[in-house]
Design a protein around this ligand. Sequence first.
Ligand SMILES: Nc1ncnc2c1ncn2[C@@H]1O[C@H](COP(=O)(O)OP(=O)(O)OP(=O)(O)O)[C@@H](O)[C@H]1O
Ligand SMILES: [Mg+2]
Length: 301
Amino acid sequence: MPSHPIGAIGTYWATQRHATPEDVELMQALANATSLTIENVGFQKDLERRVIERTLDLERTNQELEAFSSSVSHDLRNRLNAILGFSSLLEMQASPRLETAQQGHIHTIRDCASQMKQTISDLMTLVHAGRQEVETGLIDVSVLAQQSVADLRKGSALPDAEVQITPCLTAYGDAGLLRLALDNLLSNAFKYSSKQQHPKVVIGASPTAPADKVQLFIQDNGAGFDPRYADRLFKPFVRLHDESEFPGTGLGLTIVRRALERLGGSTSAESQLGIGTTFRITLPSQPMRAAAPASIAAELL
Ligand SMILES: Nc1ncnc2c1ncn2[C@@H]1O[C@H](COP(=O)(O)OP(=O)(O)OP(=O)(O)O)[C@@H](O)[C@H]1O
Ligand SMILES: [Mg+2]
């Protein structure tokens, strides 16, 4: 209740009379309720102004952090390139004079520098996936998957896996983010089935998805993993396979989850050790609003 008056309420009656105590009580209650409403409106406007100010502050801080992390990553990459370059030179020039163990040390330096470079690059991809503009439309997922497979085959020495892609799979999403998710899921499928005699990767859709959703799957017949850890895999740096057997940074599935969340989708995994793995991704089948950009700090902490 305000301590000072902010207005007055009066009444007119058809015939002249004094207000009864009940009339006064009623009018006082009306006055109190009105003044409270006026105060609340002011309070709400103030609150809205403060929320807008805070949002702008946060947006500015995020932009500064992004600029900072991209210049730090640039700087780190330059130094790592120098480490890689000079250790190569050292290896070439000094190799004949070095003992096997010393040559091994140089290899370890090079491997660590390469891994660190990859981790920095994946972290930047993760930041970007959470912040980039989302332009949704109906996407031909089958074509996107074919392009992804072709590029993955070009980019690295993948085993000659049999790939089956169901034609005409469609979903609503952003082509860039969807491609990012498919690249990571397919590179996993190839990587973790690379030691099989006949590696096979299948991409299809589940017929039982609800009408407003599309459920796609990416299945391989590779090494698999212990299904008890299926949920943990989407967290940063969680790896269930040994680096020496299947190298990686442990950020691929975090990128997948983040990309799909921006599109209003989700992902899950099923697996059996030594039998194979199926990743399912659920996406809207109709247009929907993209999720707001997310903070990288929330992801990594
Ligand atoms: N298709 C798969 N089959 C078996 N295990 C898998 C598969 N996909 C993911 N995993 C397990 O989940 C872990 C996390 O996967 P994620 O893609 O995030 O990282 P990564 O493949 O190790 O490295 P990178 O960041 O380079 O992709 C992997 O280390 C692996 O143990
Ligand atoms: Mg991976």
